[in-house]
Design a protein around this ligand. Structure first.
Ligand SMILES: [Zn+2]
Ligand SMILES: [Zn+2]
Length: 130
């Protein structure tokens, strides 16, 4: 994974990046804001939000978007897959070996030139199945 030099980041952006890199899970913008405030009490939600946009566009972080719920931000920017609990919202990383046939079939169906596929497994996490 290519780590981009952090020296050009403003203090606010560096704090937002630090929060995401230290998180044990994929945070929403609100969760990033709550943690960033503890490190930099003067930071505003708008600044956190704009920093997230900047860091995503610059390739420092990835955003995982869900229809109908808040995006999560991911410190892993290389291709990987996720499992999402439909009951509690827990989102974890998984690394699947994607069969080349699946990529080719998707390319044929969409008429797109294939680049990558990310898969999200939806279901119940171990805590929610008990
Ligand atoms: Zn769950
Ligand atoms: Zn992830």
């Amino acid at each position: 994974m290519a780590q981009v030099a952090q020296k050009n980041l403003t203090k606010q952006r560096a704090v937002v990046l630090q929060v995401i890199r230290q998180a044990e899970q994929h945070l929403t913008a609100n969760e990033v804001y709550d943690r960033a405030k503890q490190l930099l009490p003067t930071i505003s939600f708008a600044t956190v939000y704009n920093s997230l946009r900047f860091l995503k566009d610059a390739g420092y972080i990835a955003e995982i978007e869900f229809a109908g719920s808040a995006s999560r931000f991911d410190k892993r920017v290389e291709r990987h897959d996720h499992a999402l609990c439909v009951k509690c919202g827990k989102l974890i990383d998984i690394d699947l070996e994607i069969p080349q046939e699946l990529v080719q079939t998707a390319a044929i169906l969409s008429n797109f030139r294939p680049d990558s596929i990310e898969i999200t497994l939806r279901g119940l996490c171990p805590d929610c199945t008990e």
